[in-house]
Structures are given as C-alpha cells and as structure tokens.
Design a protein around this ligand. Structure first.
Ligand SMILES: Cc1ncc(COP(=O)(O)O)c(C=O)c1O
Length: 411
C-alpha cells in the first residue's frame, strides 16, 4: 500500500518555503529603511487589494475583527442598534458588532449554502420588526435595526441580490464579512454582472489571519469600500481618530496594519488568483470523487456563485467518529464551527434557546472540514477521499437510517 504520511488539515509551511527568499527580502527592506508603520509598502498593498476586490478603497487594519468593527462604525451603527447576522460564524463577527456598540440578532441559514437565508431574513423583518418614522424597529426590544452582516462563509458569497434589496427596503446598511472570501464572486441578476466579495455592501471586512486564502505572517486585516466618506472615517478609526498627526477629530483605535505585513501581503497577493484557482479545482475534484457516496452531503455552489473554497466542508451523520478515524489514518480535519453562537455562553444574555435556529443547529452537528490548501496534492486528496468513503460506508451506515430526515443523500 502506498504511504501518504500525514495529511494536515492545513499546510502553512510549504507556501512560505516556496516564497522564502522574497519574504526575507521584504523584511530586509523594512529593517534597512525603518519602514514599520505606514509608507509606500502599505499604500501599494492597499491600492492593489482594492483593485483585486473591484472596490474603490482598501484600508489596511490590524485584523479582520477590527475590519468588521470599523466598517460598522464608519457605516453609522450607533450604541444599542441591532445588527442582523447568522449564528454559524466565527465569534469575531458578533464581537465586532458588539464592539461597534451594536447587539447581534440572528437569522437562520440556508440549508444548502450555509449562508444567511434571505427568506428567513424577510420573515424576520416582516414579522419581528416594524417601520417607524422611516426607521426599522425591532418590535419586542424596541431597538432600531440598522445593519446586516452577511458572512460569506467558507469562501462562498451570500445571496446578495435579495439581501441588498431587503436592506434597501428597510433602510439597513450591509457590511459584508468577507474574512473567508478573498476573491469570491457573485453573479447579480440585476445588472447581469459578476461582483467580487468586498464590493457589494457599504463596506466589507477582510481577515489576513495566516490560514486565510490570503494570509499574513501574523495578524492583519482590511476594509474595502466604494464610499469616500466611509474610507476616510476608517482611516481615522484605525489611527487614533487623526487625519493629521496629533489632531484628533474623534477617539479612535490603534488598529493599523503593520508595514511589514502589508509588504508580505502585497507579495502574496500576486499569487492569490492562482491559489484560489487551485482551491476551486481541488474542490471540484473532491466533489467528483465523493459524488454518490451515501451519507455524505457535499458543498453546494449555486450557478450565481464562484466560491474560493477557504474551506471544503462536507456533512456526515457520525462526524466525531469520522474525525477520530481520519486522525488515526494521519488525516487532519476541523469543525467550522461546532457550537452556533446563540448557544455559546458568551451570548446567554441575548436570551436565545436551542431550537431557535434549527438549520444552523443541525448543520453544526454534521459538518466536517476536509484538508484544503493550494499545495494539497491530487494523490493526497485521493487518499483522503478513499478514507472518507471507506469509513462512512463501512461504519456510519446504520446511523444514516436513524438520521435520514436530515441526511437526505448527496447533492
Ligand atoms: C467569518 C470571520 N469573521 C471575522 C474573522 C476575524 O478575523 P481576525 O481573526 O483576523 O480578527 C474571521 C477570522 O477568523 C472569520 O473567519
């Protein structure tokens, strides 16, 4: 039998070894010129990342959480506002909402895409909110609802046409959480054009955490926007509220992007399209090889979406068992995310109960993220698939009968 060694869930060593000389040259440039904060390296990255996202501005910030927070603040979220998002995201989305002064309010997800369900969004706005003096007010809490944060989860954009229409109808701003979706595309039926993540809302937050499709060698993030005023406000927020040194119009934050990280990201940005293509072709191959495996639900990519597969996530009945057995075969996996946010201790204060978001709750018990990174080889991938098929078919089959209401086969 061919040995495949360990197949990690994510390989962060190989891509850096491939670029080692160039990465070291960036560092050398920074230390030789004392380029640590601001400067050309930062501006060049911001210019090219904005271009990559088809946005007018990109503003480098310290991390993705700050990016979403600053985007919400610059967009105008006020203390006490309700901000709509999904329960199946990384907690940074809702931390950013709270840190901007808002309070998260959840709407359930679509069972196929795992993104915000526009039908449930409409139901929430129609049934739980009312229009009052030109504003949308949550009937029960009497708080204003001012924003929606669709999360482009796993690298696939949310159903933006419907979300943007509802936002316009109810006077809400849309801030995209694009932290997992660098380069993802959405085909709008309205203007019959493809749009890039980060170019559709009033602003969007990106994370460059090392494992992201575009990752720094440390913490980093950016906000993109087409709005000049929002861009100006974010530049102030990230830099202690100043437009000119020591002239502070507002209180801001220490939320800048390091010059060194900007230089590293600029270098890596040249490879991003190729890496995303590699992820897309690996995803296609995963789906081709796993197609027809009883009890495994594959990712669904609607015709209006070009996902960039930050993660390749399948659903199975016996998720923990499969994970443990794959680990025994030297294959790394992960769960994104095991506990929906409304069931987390941190959000007990919001008063949600189990059962409030049945799709997110069900999906959270069944998802498992398979190895996905551009350097994954086809033979490694084939081995992962062989193991998944073998384990699911041999060992999880009886469970599928019990769970047939939720695991309705493949798609
Ligand atoms: C969906 C989502 N939102 C926000 C963030 C926050 O980004 P960061 O970790 O850079 O603060 C992340 C990153 O992990 C994320 O995946």
């Amino acid at each position: 039998m061919k040995s495949h060694g360990m197949i990690p869930f994510l390989d962060l060593v190989t891509p850096h070894l491939e670029l080692e000389e160039e990465l070291v040259a960036v560092f050398r440039d920074c230390i030789r010129n004392a380029h640590f904060i601001g400067g050309n390296m930062l501006e060049e990255f911001e210019r090219d990342f904005a271009k990559f996202c088809d946005a007018k501005h990109a503003i480098g910030v310290a991390n993705g959480t700050d990016a979403v927070r600053f985007a919400l603040m610059a967009g105008g979220v006020q203390s006490g506002d309700l901000v709509i998002t999904v329960p199946n995201t990384f907690i940074a989305t809702t931390e950013a909402i709270s840190q901007a002064g808002g309070q998260p309010v959840f709407v359930d997800i679509d069972e196929k895409t795992y993104n915000l369900d526009p039908i449930k969004l409409q139901q929430f706005l129609e049934n739980d909110c009312r229009r009052e003096a030109g504003k949308t007010v949550h009937t029960k809490s009497k708080r204003p609802v001012t924003a929606i944060v669709p999360v482009h989860l796993y690298g696939q954009m949310a159903a933006m046409d419907r979300i943007l229409d509802l936002a316009a109808q109810y006077g809400l701003m849309v801030v995209e959480d694009s932290c997992q979706a660098h380069g993802a595309k959405y085909y709008s039926a309205k203007d019959k054009q493809w749009h890039t993540a980060g170019s559709m809302g009033i602003a969007a937050g990106f994370s460059f955490y090392p494992g992201k499709n575009l990752g720094a060698c440390g913490e980093a993030g950016a906000v993109t926007t087409n709005d000049d005023n929002v861009a100006k406000k974010i530049r102030m927020l990230r830099d202690h509220g100043q437009v000119r040194k020591y002239y502070h119009d507002i209180e801001g934050y220490n939320g800048r992007l390091d010059t060194l990280q900007a230089g590293i990201l600029h270098l890596k940005l040249k490879h991003l399209e190729g890496w995303n293509e590699k992820r897309r072709s690996l995803a296609k191959e995963y789906s081709r090889l796993l197609e027809g495996t009883e009890g495994v639900i594959l990712p669904h990519e609607p015709s209006w979406s070009k996902a960039v597969y930050h993660l390749y996530v399948v659903r199975v009945a016996e998720r923990e068992k499969l994970q443990a057995e794959l680990a025994g075969s030297g294959i790394g996996t992960a769960i994104h995310y095991p506990i929906p946010l409304h069931q987390q201790k941190a959000y007990q204060r919001l008063g949600y109960r189990t059962g409030d978001f049945p799709v997110a709750e069900r999906v959270a018990l069944e998802i498992v993220s398979l190895p996905m990174f551009p350097q994954l080889t086809l033979s490694q991938q084939a081995h992962v698939v062989d193991e998944v098929r073998r384990l699911v078919t041999e060992e999880a089959a009886p469970e599928l009968v019990r769970n047939e209401s939720t695991l309705v086969g493949r798609r």
